[in-house]
Each structure stands twice: as C-alpha cells, then as structure tokens.
Design a binder for this molecule. Structure first.
Ligand code: GDP
Length: 195
C-alpha cells in the first residue's frame, strides 16, 4: 500500500471528535522522542506532515491522517515525558485506553521503540494494553541506521525478551533516514487494511 495522498483530517482531544465513518485505522504509539513523527513523515513520503520533537503539553491529542481516501494512520500521543503530573498521566491513560477499547475502526496498533535501547517499563505496559485489547502486537524498531549490522540481532532479541514477544516476525526494524523496510511495512499495512 503506497501512500499517494495523505492529509491531517482531524485532531481530537476527546472522543466526540473522532471521525464518524467506518474507514479502517492503523495507529502508532511510542515514547516521546522515539521517532514516531519521523516514522509517519517518512512512511507517507512527506517532510513534515507530522510534527517532530513535539513538546510535552502540546501532544495530548489523537491525530487522524486520511490516506488515499481509504484508510487512516492515527498518531497517538507520546508518553514518558520526564515532567508530567499525575493528572496529565491519568488523562493520557484515559485517552489511549478509550481509543484502544472503543474504536471500532481500529484494525491494528504498532508500538514504536528505539532499536538501540531496551524497552522501558512504560513500553511494556503499553504493549500489554495493546495485546490485552486484542491486537497482534506489531513493533517498529526505528533508528535502525544508528546501529551497526553486527549489533542488529542483539538489539532485536533485547526487544523481544523485554516485551515478551514470541514471534520475532512481529518486529520490524525501520529507519526514517534510509527507509529500510518501508516496502515490507507497506505490504503489512495493505494486509491489515484488506483483512
Ligand atoms: P517523536 O517525539 O517520537 O515524534 O520523535 P521524532 O520523530 O521527533 O524524532 C526524535 C529525534 O530522532 C529527531 O531528532 C529525529 O530526527 C531522530 N530520528 C527519528 N527517527 C530516526 C531514524 O530512523 N534515524 C535517525 N538517524 N534519526 C531518527
């Protein structure tokens, strides 16, 4: 599924603002600074459709991107900012869980992690929410260009172990710089949309 057209269709701070049709959706979630905006930009062949390096406080929205008029990419707010209050964290939890549990359009969720680092406790919690909500548990391990070839397997195994993933095929190494595995992910998106 090559992305030909993409537009930011809706920025939703609460449920009533979610688009009201039945277009299938694929969502992306990850720790702040993990490379989620860069992923969305590179995957959709756009320089800056998604904001990069967004600041805490500006990101408590679910952004819906309409693609080729037949599905949506959904950018879920990043987590793990150093300075968030308990109230902010609670708000984030509600926003995410509501979307994961209630959104009938949602077909799959991809957790984005940085291939260089062991997933954190928050990544693990997020991954458990994804699995518990009935999704496959796809992972995009981005910034692939930042590690050497000889280190790849070690890093993939670290992610697999920490997130307790049985099927390594669920983990896609990716680079927003080189677009490594973009074609593989395009095929996966196509499969999900047509399922
Ligand atoms: P977000 O907060 O998750 O949306 O993260 P951003 O997309 O803003 O990326 C955070 C930083 O990582 C930025 O400086 C990006 O340029 C950098 N970055 C993101 N993806 C990659 C990648 O695949 N390769 C490299 N080398 N840098 C990346």
């Amino acid at each position: 599924m090559k992305i030909k057209n993409i537009e930011l269709e809706q920025v939703a701070g609460f449920k009533a603002q979610w688009p009201k049709d039945s277009l299938p959706e694929i969502a992306f979630v990850g720790r702040s600074n993990v490379g989620k905006s860069s992923f969305i930009n590179s995957f959709s062949n756009r320089k800056a459709i998604a904001r990069t390096s967004s600041k805490p406080g500006k990101t408590r929205t679910i952004n819906f991107y309409r693609v080729n008029d037949n599905f949506r990419l959904v950018d879920l707010p990043g987590y793990g900012f150093a300075k968030v209050s308990k109230a902010e964290k609670a708000k984030w939890d509600k926003l995410i869980n509501e979307y994961l549990h209630d959104r009938e359009n949602l077909k799959e969720v991809f957790l984005i992690v940085d291939i260089r680092h062991e997933p954190t406790a928050l990544d693990k919690q997020m991954y458990e929410w994804i699995i518990d909500s009935g999704y496959m548990g796809f992972v995009i391990a981005t910034k692939f260009d930042k590690i050497s070839k000889g280190q790849i397997q070690k890093h993939i195994k670290q992610i697999k172990k920490k997130l307790e993933i049985e099927d390594e095929g669920l983990i896609f190494a990716y680079s927003s710089e080189t677009k490594h595995n973009k074609d593989v992910l395009e095929e996966q998106v196509e499969v999900i949309i047509n399922a």
